[in-house]
Write a protein that binds this ligand. Sequence first.
Ligand SMILES: [Zn+2]
Length: 195
Amino acid sequence: MPYKNIEDYSETVTQGVKDRYKEIIESLGEDTQREGLLKTPERAAKAMQFLTQGYEQDPVEILTSAMFKESYNEMVIVKDIELYSLCEHHILPFFGKVHIAYIPNGYIVGLSKLPRIVDVFARRLQVQERLTEQILDCINDTLKPQGVAVVIEASHMCMMMRGVQKQNSITTTSGFRGQFEKIETRNEFLKLIGK
Ligand SMILES: [Zn+2]
């Protein structure tokens, strides 16, 4: 199913994750019977299921559900797509912006589908590098455009709140396929997204 109503939490998963969270909170020295924490394990279990719902979604199905035959063959850019994901090394958020461009090859895709597939891949345990590649490959393999480009700029809480505690560093990753491997096409895209 491309669209899952995330209020349908699995009872088994919720119960399992909730019990583990209770143990984790207690291991960290807190009292899970304290009023403010009574429902926290369950809320956290549901929040984590929401943040990892991408495992159950099919990005190819999302794209193919809105592909239209069209002769337009100039660059299509969707920039500043909001990104929220979880780093798989620390299970802490990383967040920022995704910029996507493609040059159609007979087919265009409904523009809202590009942010949708960003979410499908972002709502999993991720590293920014793989997220970039997965978005790129999914568009390239499904839409088969003349070219596709993806740039991600993100801040990582695991760097900002712990470790090196660098509050203002932004990590940029990018990937280019087809026409965007040509320097002038790539530069035009980077200029249009303000890079
Ligand atoms: Zn991390």
